[in-house]
Design a protein around this ligand. Structure first.
Ligand code: HAM
Length: 432
């Protein structure tokens, strides 16, 4: 490409990554404030972990997942250096931080919450972004206690509910412990093999590598045979069954709406026992909003896998970007009435020079000001004041600058009054 052609090329945001424009900020602000409220109410401490981590962190924690195998962004770090990973999810980073900062010595449970951007090379569409926001509520405890599964589910559910999204249910399942899962996986493999004729080549491969994921597939042929597939609940050991039953009892006590879904296995490798997703009942015209609004589960083996001491843990993560999609679709936030502002008009060089100081004086006096510092003419600035809907304009010209005064103009009636500069805040406040 020639130099001049390159110059003219219009650059755009990377596919699947989006600007959040001023008009949408109200949704995002509401989501963040709600996250803060929920985390604080349920005593989660906020943690920020880096956006970039060693790739081994995610490879070790989720080796077989599509997220690590196909969707992870690697960041080149120069010659001969191992690439780093842009974090595709938050749990592994928080577990790393738990180990790195010796949190095993903190009083347990250690409850950590986070909020921020994550990156996956997903296929872009509504609800699937390559940079997206998640919040997360993770609990590290000293025993495997179902009360923490319930509390982590509760935090995410309340977060979604507080954002006024109605019709969300918790799809929940257990995948037991790795030990009791073995026998089930054999049965599942045998089941898919007996249906071999109906499977594609890829699905046959998946039968050997990860039959649980195949069970979760959205493809039509799998959906058709799913009801015949062996059910994990028939293969649980006694402890896993008791654990799951207790989680469900807590959800019932809390009157949280849940649906048992024995085919739900989730796409990540680190889970054991409880797994769940937050699913939206869609209204008419909401075709694009069929993806889970959040998910999570228990991950009792992750801390050990990352080099720490065996630590029971469970967590949930609302997908904030998808939640904001629903809020926008359903118009669940209305813009706050803007604060009433006066409009400062300057006429001439000296008044322009003094404008910033005048604004600072007004700021100290708690008077909100709008201005058009780049405009010179009175007419243009009055037009801007009108457009902004300001009820009052302050006109500051050469004469006023010498006399330390300012004109207060009522934009509706056009009536004007000159007042000393040190009185202007008082008069304006009275009038507003
Ligand atoms: P996850 O199900 O992979 O779980 O992601 C959680 C939520 O993030 C999803 O339910 C979805 O709402 C949102 N999400 C995922 N990928 C995308 C994407 N490409 N575009 C937009 N939103 C997306 C986890 O990440 C686990 N760390 C959850 C967890 C916490 N497990 C235990 N603790």
């Amino acid at each position: 490409m020639s130099k001049s052609a390159r110059k003219k090329e219009v650059l755009q945001s990377v596919r699947g990554m989006h600007d959040i424009l001023p008009e949408d900020q109200m949704y995002w602000t509401r989501a963040y404030e709600t996250y803060k409220e929920v985390a604080s109410y349920y005593n989660f401490q906020h943690i920020d972990t880096p956006l970039v981590e060693e790739r081994a962190l995610f490879e070790r924690s989720n080796d077989q997942s599509e997220m690590v195998q196909k969707e992870m962004y690697l960041v080149s770090t120069g010659k001969n250096k191992q690439p780093m990973a842009l974090r595709p999810e938050g749990t592994a980073g928080v577990a790393r931080a738990y180990i790195e900062h010796g949190m095993k010595k903190w009083p347990h449970p250690v409850k950590l919450a986070y909020y921020g951007p994550f990156f996956r090379h997903d296929k872009p569409q509504l609800g699937r972004y390559r940079q997206f926001f998640q919040a997360g509520f993770e609990i590290f405890s000293s025993t495997i206690d179902p009360i923490y599964d319930a509390q982590s589910i509760l935090a995410s559910y309340r977060f979604i509910e507080a954002l006024k999204i109605k019709g969300v249910s918790i799809h929940i399942n257990t995948i037991g412990t790795p030990k009791c899962r073995q026998a089930y996986l054999q049965k599942l493999k045998a089941f898919f093999k007996s249906n071999g004729k109906k499977l594609t080549a890829d699905q046959k491969k998946q039968t050997d590598e990860n039959p649980l994921r195949l069970l979760d597939s959205k493809e039509k042929n799998i959906e058709e045979m799913r009801s015949e597939a062996p059910n994990i609940l028939d293969h649980l050991d006694g402890d896993s069954k008791d654990h799951f039953m207790e989680v469900l009892e807590y959800l019932e006590d809390l009157s949280l709406p849940y649906t048992l879904d024995h085919t739900l296995v989730r796409g990540l490798d680190y889970y054991s026992h409880t797994v769940f997703e937050f699913v939206l009942d869609r209204k008419e015209g909401e075709e694009g909003l069929n993806l889970a609004l959040g998910g999570g589960g228990r991950y009792d083996y992750l801390v050990e896998l990352l080099g720490g001491r065996a630590t029971p843990a469970v967590g949930s993560a609302p997908g904030v970007s998808r939640i904001v999609d629903v809020m926008k679709r359903r118009q669940l936030v209305t813009a706050k009435r803007p604060q009433k502002r006066v409009f400062l008009i300057h006429i001439g060089e000296l008044p322009k020079k003094k404008s910033l100081t005048i604004i600072e004086d007004l700021r100290r006096a708690n008077v909100a000001v709008t201005e058009a510092l780049g405009k010179a003419s009175l007419g243009a600035q009055l037009k801007s004041a009108d457009k902004e809907g300001s009820a009052i304009a302050l006109i500051f010209g050469q004469k006023e600058a010498y006399e330390n005064s300012i004109i207060i103009r009522d934009m509706k009636t056009g009536a004007q009054e000159t007042v000393p500069l040190d009185k202007v805040a008082k008069v304006v406040k009275k009038r507003m």
